[in-house]
Design a protein around this ligand. Structure first.
Ligand code: F6P
Length: 554
């Protein structure tokens, strides 16, 4: 077993210092020139694994830079950090525990002994319980209070207990089982509850209260509202266990809430919320697509895990994506990264990555508590193409910010209509091409002259039409979006985030920053409801409280 070491300050490493100089050298690098000079550039700067192709040739990158980035990874002791992650060492230092989402996808028969206990049998026991539950529901053996089979599942959860399960169940809709539909209730906003409950029948609805901690305000409030709704709709009190199940690591709190013990699926403290879709938190996924497809999802992630563990860094997809991110954030000043899936079914992918990446690497200190002197996690944003092309891509093409982008697209559509998929694929590729090629002022002017415009008009319009180009992007092509590919794709980004955390020295598995807002939320609530009459600690908040109270008075 390796022993997890606190990462050092990367900015003191020789490779970091060399990269600072290399960034100066690369000021005049033009991707188009690099393609012209190297006919093998696409082959030299792309990686395939298990039906996924990563083309990273459209980046501000040459072989020297790639070598230096790989040296930075080596000097940051990435290899031993990866071993520590997979072996169950306490890589989450502030909470002194391992982060073992990778264990959740390991096949039966593997062994992973952590603190004297083999975790694999426990993981597969829970998978077996899920299989049994899912089959009872799918086969109509699990019945509601009026003996009707369950047709609607409502996952009540937020953050990692929502985003991953929602992404996957919606992305894999073409694999959905007939007869059971999954819904998601996350926000405490009563309008969300109202709109969803209006579509449901209590007799055939099963609520899955999904909360690792079983203490999350939004989830507990929604679970209470669901129970009241169920009773108000005529649901029998004696049959509550037919309509409420839970997934949690806090079994006691779930029981106290009123969930029958045999209806509680466990998760473990070594699974982080945003990494938990592979555990019983993925129950809505399994209910949507069936257990064998859920296992295929795990297999896809496991396959990416093997690639991450075994491929040399320069041929390792997560390592390459991560180091490119470091290159742009820490050496080129990029502050955001766009995620642009060209696939309707992946429309929630960006949102999932927002939590995965920003809750993990939105940190200002290293694992040992020392302050970072360099930027860490970037803002993750974006959305489904082509819609973005008619909204925010303008800024990608002509704005003043450097924003690296990941384009994600399948080769095969689940729903080919005429030539739509060819057009979708063409749009995806042409966007990264346009970002790279741009259009010089001279080209823009010539085009206007060719159209017969007066020279004064040419001079007036050309600056508006010029596009700088040389803007970086990756393109990830999946053979098609199926459980296995999706599992690999999500695991790819999990590992990217981990690699970046190792370089920055941050802890990607805690999230202390979200706690203050929760504490202050309680205080503001007490002011709003008159339980506390002393003024709030700042006049702005007090003014906003007064505005609310004045409207709700009498
Ligand atoms: O508040 C942030 C957070 O703790 C996330 O990390 C987590 O995914 C989410 O809340 C939900 O937590 P839980 O599953 O414990 O309800």
């Amino acid at each position: 077993m390796t022993h997890y070491q606190h990462p050092q300050d990367p900015s003191q490493l020789p490779a970091w210092q060399q990269l600072l100089k290399q960034q100066q050298v690369m000021q005049n690098f033009r991707m188009s020139d690099a393609f012209a000079a190297d006919p093998q550039r696409f082959q030299n700067f792309s990686i395939s694994h298990d039906g996924l192709l990563l083309d990273y040739s459209k980046n501000l990158l040459d072989e020297t830079t790639r070598d230096l980035l790989m040296q930075l990874a080596e000097q940051s002791r990435l290899q031993s950090a990866i071993q520590a992650l997979f072996n169950g060492e306490p890589v989450n230092a502030s909470e002194q525990r391992p982060a073992l989402h990778t264990a959740l996808r390991r096949p039966i028969g593997d062994r992973l002994v952590v603190n004297g206990e083999d975790l694999i049998p426990q993981i597969h026991d829970v998978l077996n319980t899920m299989t049994e539950m899912v089959s009872r529901i799918h086969n109509g053996l699990w019945r509601g209070y009026s003996e009707k089979p369950i047709t609607h599942i409502v996952n009540i959860g937020i953050g990692g207990s929502f985003l991953g399960p929602q992404l996957v169940s919606e992305a894999l809709l073409p694999f959905a089982q007939q007869g059971v539909k999954c819904h998601f209730l996350a926000n405490i906003d009563g309008s969300e509850f109202h709109e969803l409950s209006n579509t449901l029948d209590a007799q055939t609805t099963l609520f899955v209260v999904s909360s690792k901690s079983f203490s999350t305000l939004e989830t507990l409030k929604n679970a209470l509202a669901a129970r009241s709704w169920y009773l108000a709709q005529g649901g029998s009190k004696d049959c509550i266990d037919r309509h409420f199940i839970a997934v949690s690591s806090n079994i006691e709190a779930a029981v106290e809430f009123g969930i029958a013990k045999e209806n509680i699926l466990p998760i473990w403290d070594w699974v982080g919320g945003r990494y938990s879709l592979w555990s019983a938190i993925g129950l809505p996924i399994a209910l949507s697509i069936g257990m064998s497809n859920f296992k295929e999802l795990l297999t896809g992630a496991w396959s990416m895990d093997q690639h991450f563990l075994q491929a040399p860094f320069a041929e390792n997809m997560p390592v390459i994506l991560a180091m490119l991110g470091i290159w742009y954030s820490d050496f080129w000043g990029a502050q955001s990264h766009a995620i642009l899936p060209y696939d309707h079914y992946l429309r929630n992918f960006t949102q999932h990555l927002q939590q995965l990446d920003m809750e993990s690497n939105g940190k200002q200190v290293r694992q040992d508590g020392t302050t970072l002197s360099y930027p860490s996690g970037a803002v993750i944003w974006g959305g489904v193409g082509c819609n973005g092309q008619h909204a925010y891509h303008q800024l990608l093409h002509q704005g003043t910010l450097l924003i690296p982008a990941d384009f994600i697209v399948p080769v095969v559509s689940h729903n080919p209509i005429a030539d739509h998929h060819q057009w979708l694929y063409a749009n995806c590729l042409s966007q990264s091409q346009a970002l790279m090629q741009g259009k010089s002022l001279e080209q823009a002017a010539q085009e206007l002259r060719d159209k017969g415009l007066e020279e004064s008009e040419v001079q007036r319009l050309a600056p508006h039409k010029a596009i700088p180009g040389n803007r970086p992007s990756n393109t990830l092509v999946a053979e098609r979006i199926c459980p296995r590919r999706l599992g690999a794709l999500i695991a790819l980004y999990e590992h990217k985030v981990f690699v970046q955390s190792v370089i920055w020295g941050t802890n990607p598995f805690d999230q202390w920053g979200v706690e203050l807002g929760k504490v202050l939320g309680k205080d503001v609530y007490q002011h709003l409801t008159g339980q506390v009459t002393a003024p709030s600690s700042d006049p702005s908040t007090q003014g906003l409280i007064d505005f609310f109270r004045n409207r709700h008075r009498g």
